[in-house]
Design a binder for this molecule. Sequence first.
Ligand code: C2E
Ligand code: CA
Ligand code: CA
Length: 273
Amino acid sequence: IKEGYRAHWACYDGSLRQRLVQEQTLQTDMRQALKEEQFQVWFQPQYDYRSGEIIGAEALVRWVHPEKGLISPAEFVPVFEKNGFIYDLDRYVWAHACRWMRGWLDRAGALPPISVSVNLSRMDVYHPGLVECLRAMLDEYGLPVDYLKLEITESAYVEMPEQIMETVRRLREVGFTVEMDDFGSGYSSLNTLKDVPVDILKLDMKFLSGENTARGGNILGSVVRMARWLDLPVVAEGVETLEQAEYLSSIGCRYMQGYFFAKPMPAGEFEAL
Ligand code: C2E
Ligand code: CA
Ligand code: CA
Protein backbone atom coordinates (compact mmCIF):
# COMPACT_ATOMS: atom_id res chain seq x y z
CA ILE A 1 0.00 0.00 0.00
CA LYS A 2 1.34 3.38 -0.96
CA GLU A 3 0.33 6.43 1.08
CA GLY A 4 -0.52 4.32 4.10
CA TYR A 5 0.96 5.23 7.42
CA ARG A 6 -0.15 2.26 9.46
CA ALA A 7 -0.88 -0.61 7.12
CA HIS A 8 1.65 -1.63 4.50
CA TRP A 9 -0.31 -4.42 2.94
CA ALA A 10 -3.93 -5.32 2.29
CA CYS A 11 -5.89 -8.28 1.00
CA TYR A 12 -6.99 -7.89 -2.57
CA ASP A 13 -10.66 -8.23 -3.30
CA GLY A 14 -13.16 -7.15 -5.91
CA SER A 15 -14.01 -3.87 -4.25
CA LEU A 16 -10.42 -2.69 -4.66
CA ARG A 17 -10.59 -3.28 -8.38
CA GLN A 18 -14.00 -1.69 -8.51
CA ARG A 19 -12.59 1.46 -6.96
CA LEU A 20 -9.64 1.59 -9.33
CA VAL A 21 -11.92 1.19 -12.32
CA GLN A 22 -14.16 3.93 -11.01
CA GLU A 23 -11.24 6.30 -10.49
CA GLN A 24 -10.02 5.50 -13.97
CA THR A 25 -13.32 6.42 -15.60
CA LEU A 26 -13.42 9.70 -13.69
CA GLN A 27 -9.94 10.44 -15.03
CA THR A 28 -10.89 9.53 -18.58
CA ASP A 29 -13.94 11.79 -18.50
CA MET A 30 -12.64 14.80 -16.60
CA ARG A 31 -11.12 16.96 -19.34
CA GLN A 32 -14.05 16.54 -21.66
CA ALA A 33 -16.34 17.32 -18.71
CA LEU A 34 -14.55 20.57 -18.02
CA LYS A 35 -14.77 21.59 -21.65
CA GLU A 36 -18.46 20.79 -21.80
CA GLU A 37 -19.15 22.60 -18.53
CA GLN A 38 -20.49 19.49 -16.82
CA PHE A 39 -19.16 20.90 -13.57
CA GLN A 40 -21.57 23.22 -11.84
CA VAL A 41 -20.98 25.60 -9.00
CA TRP A 42 -23.62 25.32 -6.29
CA PHE A 43 -24.02 27.67 -3.38
CA GLN A 44 -24.83 27.10 0.26
CA PRO A 45 -25.94 30.25 2.07
CA GLN A 46 -24.35 31.45 5.29
CA TYR A 47 -26.48 33.31 7.79
CA ASP A 48 -26.18 35.84 10.54
CA TYR A 49 -28.31 34.04 13.10
CA ARG A 50 -29.13 37.22 14.99
CA SER A 51 -30.52 39.17 12.08
CA GLY A 52 -31.56 36.18 9.98
CA GLU A 53 -29.85 37.71 6.98
CA ILE A 54 -27.78 35.89 4.37
CA ILE A 55 -24.24 37.22 4.69
CA GLY A 56 -22.49 35.05 2.16
CA ALA A 57 -22.26 31.64 0.59
CA GLU A 58 -19.85 28.80 0.09
CA ALA A 59 -19.29 27.68 -3.49
CA LEU A 60 -19.32 23.87 -3.81
CA VAL A 61 -18.64 22.02 -7.02
CA ARG A 62 -20.97 19.38 -8.47
CA TRP A 63 -20.36 17.13 -11.45
CA VAL A 64 -23.46 16.61 -13.53
CA HIS A 65 -22.32 13.62 -15.53
CA PRO A 66 -24.33 12.82 -18.70
CA GLU A 67 -24.54 9.10 -17.81
CA LYS A 68 -23.79 8.87 -14.10
CA GLY A 69 -25.87 11.83 -12.99
CA LEU A 70 -24.88 14.00 -10.06
CA ILE A 71 -21.47 13.06 -8.62
CA SER A 72 -20.40 14.37 -5.23
CA PRO A 73 -17.06 16.17 -4.82
CA ALA A 74 -16.16 13.68 -2.08
CA GLU A 75 -15.86 11.15 -4.88
CA PHE A 76 -13.82 13.08 -7.45
CA VAL A 77 -11.89 15.78 -5.56
CA PRO A 78 -9.49 13.27 -3.93
CA VAL A 79 -8.89 11.65 -7.34
CA PHE A 80 -8.14 15.03 -8.93
CA GLU A 81 -5.86 15.93 -6.07
CA LYS A 82 -3.85 12.83 -6.84
CA ASN A 83 -3.57 13.41 -10.57
CA GLY A 84 -3.13 17.17 -10.46
CA PHE A 85 -6.33 18.07 -12.30
CA ILE A 86 -7.72 19.81 -9.21
CA TYR A 87 -5.99 23.11 -10.01
CA ASP A 88 -7.74 23.26 -13.39
CA LEU A 89 -11.08 22.43 -11.82
CA ASP A 90 -10.65 24.88 -8.96
CA ARG A 91 -9.75 27.73 -11.27
CA TYR A 92 -12.91 26.94 -13.22
CA VAL A 93 -14.94 26.99 -9.98
CA TRP A 94 -13.39 30.28 -8.81
CA ALA A 95 -14.05 31.91 -12.19
CA HIS A 96 -17.66 30.75 -12.18
CA ALA A 97 -18.15 31.99 -8.63
CA CYS A 98 -16.75 35.37 -9.67
CA ARG A 99 -19.01 35.47 -12.69
CA TRP A 100 -22.10 34.83 -10.57
CA MET A 101 -21.03 37.45 -8.06
CA ARG A 102 -20.53 39.96 -10.83
CA GLY A 103 -24.07 39.29 -12.04
CA TRP A 104 -25.52 39.68 -8.54
CA LEU A 105 -23.67 42.94 -8.02
CA ASP A 106 -24.98 44.26 -11.30
CA ARG A 107 -28.53 43.32 -10.45
CA ALA A 108 -28.49 43.76 -6.68
CA GLY A 109 -30.44 46.99 -6.56
CA ALA A 110 -31.02 47.76 -2.88
CA LEU A 111 -29.83 44.33 -1.67
CA PRO A 112 -26.56 44.30 0.28
CA PRO A 113 -23.69 42.60 -1.54
CA ILE A 114 -22.68 39.13 -0.41
CA SER A 115 -19.30 37.48 -0.49
CA VAL A 116 -18.53 33.97 -1.67
CA SER A 117 -16.10 31.54 -0.07
CA VAL A 118 -14.36 29.17 -2.45
CA ASN A 119 -12.36 26.07 -1.58
CA LEU A 120 -8.65 25.81 -2.21
CA SER A 121 -7.22 22.33 -2.38
CA ARG A 122 -3.96 21.71 -0.58
CA MET A 123 -2.55 21.04 -4.03
CA ASP A 124 -3.45 24.55 -5.22
CA VAL A 125 -1.26 26.01 -2.52
CA TYR A 126 1.77 24.45 -4.20
CA HIS A 127 1.13 26.34 -7.42
CA PRO A 128 3.57 29.20 -7.86
CA GLY A 129 1.05 31.19 -9.92
CA LEU A 130 -1.82 30.92 -7.43
CA VAL A 131 -1.80 34.44 -6.00
CA GLU A 132 -1.47 36.11 -9.40
CA CYS A 133 -4.17 33.86 -10.85
CA LEU A 134 -6.68 34.84 -8.17
CA ARG A 135 -5.75 38.50 -8.39
CA ALA A 136 -6.21 38.45 -12.18
CA MET A 137 -9.62 36.85 -11.77
CA LEU A 138 -10.84 39.67 -9.56
CA ASP A 139 -9.62 42.18 -12.12
CA GLU A 140 -11.31 40.32 -14.94
CA TYR A 141 -14.69 40.44 -13.20
CA GLY A 142 -14.13 43.82 -11.58
CA LEU A 143 -14.68 42.53 -8.05
CA PRO A 144 -13.33 44.10 -4.86
CA VAL A 145 -10.91 41.77 -3.12
CA ASP A 146 -13.10 41.27 -0.04
CA TYR A 147 -15.86 39.57 -2.07
CA LEU A 148 -13.91 36.39 -2.67
CA LYS A 149 -12.97 34.47 0.46
CA LEU A 150 -10.59 31.53 0.41
CA GLU A 151 -11.05 28.36 2.44
CA ILE A 152 -8.04 26.19 3.16
CA THR A 153 -8.52 23.09 5.26
CA GLU A 154 -6.84 22.91 8.62
CA SER A 155 -5.14 19.61 7.81
CA ALA A 156 -3.21 21.30 5.02
CA TYR A 157 -1.75 23.71 7.56
CA VAL A 158 -0.59 20.78 9.62
CA GLU A 159 0.91 18.90 6.69
CA MET A 160 2.94 21.64 5.10
CA PRO A 161 3.21 24.54 7.47
CA GLU A 162 5.95 26.39 5.61
CA GLN A 163 4.36 26.52 2.17
CA ILE A 164 1.01 27.39 3.61
CA MET A 165 2.35 30.20 5.74
CA GLU A 166 4.15 31.77 2.83
CA THR A 167 1.19 31.47 0.46
CA VAL A 168 -1.32 32.68 3.02
CA ARG A 169 0.90 35.62 3.85
CA ARG A 170 1.01 36.63 0.18
CA LEU A 171 -2.73 36.13 -0.28
CA ARG A 172 -3.47 38.34 2.71
CA GLU A 173 -0.99 40.91 1.51
CA VAL A 174 -3.08 41.25 -1.64
CA GLY A 175 -6.14 41.67 0.60
CA PHE A 176 -7.80 38.26 0.45
CA THR A 177 -9.72 36.95 3.44
CA VAL A 178 -8.38 33.50 4.31
CA GLU A 179 -10.55 31.06 6.23
CA MET A 180 -9.33 27.99 8.06
CA ASP A 181 -11.73 25.24 6.97
CA ASP A 182 -12.66 22.20 9.05
CA PHE A 183 -11.20 23.74 12.18
CA GLY A 184 -11.25 21.12 14.90
CA SER A 185 -10.62 18.18 12.58
CA GLY A 186 -6.85 18.11 13.02
CA TYR A 187 -4.81 17.35 16.04
CA SER A 188 -2.81 20.49 16.46
CA SER A 189 -5.65 22.96 16.02
CA LEU A 190 -4.84 25.14 18.98
CA ASN A 191 -1.17 25.09 18.24
CA THR A 192 -1.65 25.99 14.60
CA LEU A 193 -3.68 29.06 15.46
CA LYS A 194 -0.91 30.76 17.30
CA ASP A 195 1.43 30.74 14.30
CA VAL A 196 -0.82 30.86 11.29
CA PRO A 197 -2.23 34.08 10.00
CA VAL A 198 -5.90 33.51 9.20
CA ASP A 199 -8.92 35.81 9.20
CA ILE A 200 -11.85 33.48 9.89
CA LEU A 201 -12.31 30.07 11.49
CA LYS A 202 -14.78 27.59 10.04
CA LEU A 203 -15.83 25.23 12.73
CA ASP A 204 -17.48 22.01 11.57
CA MET A 205 -20.14 20.69 13.94
CA LYS A 206 -19.53 17.13 12.79
CA PHE A 207 -16.15 17.03 14.49
CA LEU A 208 -17.78 17.74 17.80
CA SER A 209 -20.89 15.65 17.54
CA GLY A 210 -20.82 12.14 18.89
CA GLU A 211 -21.76 10.36 22.01
CA ASN A 212 -20.43 12.78 24.54
CA THR A 213 -22.39 15.90 23.65
CA ALA A 214 -21.82 17.66 26.97
CA ARG A 215 -18.09 17.44 26.49
CA GLY A 216 -18.43 18.47 22.85
CA GLY A 217 -20.41 21.50 23.98
CA ASN A 218 -17.69 22.48 26.41
CA ILE A 219 -15.02 22.21 23.77
CA LEU A 220 -17.11 24.24 21.37
CA GLY A 221 -17.61 26.91 24.00
CA SER A 222 -13.89 27.12 24.70
CA VAL A 223 -12.99 27.32 21.03
CA VAL A 224 -15.44 30.12 20.41
CA ARG A 225 -14.17 31.99 23.48
CA MET A 226 -10.59 31.52 22.39
CA ALA A 227 -11.42 32.76 18.91
CA ARG A 228 -12.89 35.87 20.47
CA TRP A 229 -9.69 36.50 22.41
CA LEU A 230 -7.78 36.19 19.17
CA ASP A 231 -10.29 38.49 17.46
CA LEU A 232 -11.15 35.79 14.92
CA PRO A 233 -14.71 35.57 13.58
CA VAL A 234 -16.14 32.04 13.61
CA VAL A 235 -18.50 30.51 11.06
CA ALA A 236 -20.09 27.31 12.33
CA GLU A 237 -20.89 24.86 9.54
CA GLY A 238 -22.83 21.62 9.47
CA VAL A 239 -25.53 23.15 11.69
CA GLU A 240 -28.42 20.72 11.40
CA THR A 241 -30.81 21.47 14.25
CA LEU A 242 -32.45 24.36 16.02
CA GLU A 243 -30.82 23.21 19.27
CA GLN A 244 -27.37 23.47 17.72
CA ALA A 245 -28.12 26.93 16.33
CA GLU A 246 -29.47 28.13 19.67
CA TYR A 247 -26.52 26.72 21.56
CA LEU A 248 -24.02 28.30 19.16
CA SER A 249 -25.81 31.60 19.47
CA SER A 250 -25.76 31.36 23.27
CA ILE A 251 -21.98 31.01 23.31
CA GLY A 252 -21.54 33.97 21.01
CA CYS A 253 -21.23 32.39 17.58
CA ARG A 254 -23.61 34.15 15.24
CA TYR A 255 -22.50 33.11 11.74
CA MET A 256 -23.82 29.74 10.62
CA GLN A 257 -24.14 27.45 7.64
CA GLY A 258 -25.85 24.06 7.45
CA TYR A 259 -28.80 21.94 6.45
CA PHE A 260 -30.88 23.52 9.22
CA PHE A 261 -30.86 26.72 7.15
CA ALA A 262 -30.38 25.46 3.61
CA LYS A 263 -28.58 22.79 1.63
CA PRO A 264 -26.21 23.66 -1.21
CA MET A 265 -28.30 24.62 -4.24
CA PRO A 266 -27.85 25.48 -7.91
CA ALA A 267 -26.84 29.09 -8.53
CA GLY A 268 -30.21 30.06 -9.97
CA GLU A 269 -32.01 28.91 -6.84
CA PHE A 270 -29.56 30.68 -4.62
CA GLU A 271 -30.01 33.83 -6.63
CA ALA A 272 -33.78 33.63 -6.12
CA LEU A 273 -33.31 33.06 -2.38
P1 C2E B 1 -16.21 21.29 2.90
O1 C2E B 1 -15.41 22.37 2.26
O2 C2E B 1 -16.01 21.06 4.35
O3 C2E B 1 -17.72 21.63 2.58
C1 C2E B 1 -18.80 21.39 3.45
C2 C2E B 1 -19.50 20.11 3.11
O4 C2E B 1 -20.50 19.84 4.11
C3 C2E B 1 -20.27 20.17 1.79
O5 C2E B 1 -20.23 18.87 1.21
C4 C2E B 1 -21.68 20.50 2.25
O6 C2E B 1 -22.68 20.11 1.33
C5 C2E B 1 -21.77 19.70 3.52
N1 C2E B 1 -22.75 20.25 4.47
C6 C2E B 1 -23.23 21.50 4.58
N2 C2E B 1 -24.10 21.64 5.58
C7 C2E B 1 -24.19 20.40 6.16
C8 C2E B 1 -24.95 19.88 7.28
O7 C2E B 1 -25.70 20.58 7.94
N3 C2E B 1 -24.77 18.57 7.56
C9 C2E B 1 -23.92 17.76 6.87
N4 C2E B 1 -23.81 16.48 7.22
N5 C2E B 1 -23.20 18.22 5.82
C10 C2E B 1 -23.33 19.53 5.47
P2 C2E B 1 -19.90 18.65 -0.34
O8 C2E B 1 -20.51 19.75 -1.14
O9 C2E B 1 -20.25 17.24 -0.68
O10 C2E B 1 -18.33 18.84 -0.41
C11 C2E B 1 -17.48 17.92 0.21
C12 C2E B 1 -16.05 18.44 0.22
O11 C2E B 1 -15.52 18.46 -1.11
C13 C2E B 1 -15.91 19.86 0.73
O12 C2E B 1 -15.94 19.89 2.14
C14 C2E B 1 -14.57 20.25 0.13
O13 C2E B 1 -13.52 19.74 0.90
C15 C2E B 1 -14.61 19.51 -1.20
N6 C2E B 1 -15.01 20.47 -2.25
C16 C2E B 1 -16.26 20.85 -2.62
N7 C2E B 1 -16.22 21.75 -3.63
C17 C2E B 1 -14.90 21.95 -3.89
C18 C2E B 1 -14.18 22.77 -4.82
O14 C2E B 1 -14.73 23.53 -5.65
N8 C2E B 1 -12.81 22.68 -4.79
C19 C2E B 1 -12.15 21.87 -3.91
N9 C2E B 1 -10.81 21.85 -3.94
N10 C2E B 1 -12.79 21.10 -3.03
C20 C2E B 1 -14.14 21.14 -3.00
CA1 CA C 1 -15.11 24.43 2.63
CA1 CA D 1 -15.59 22.46 6.01
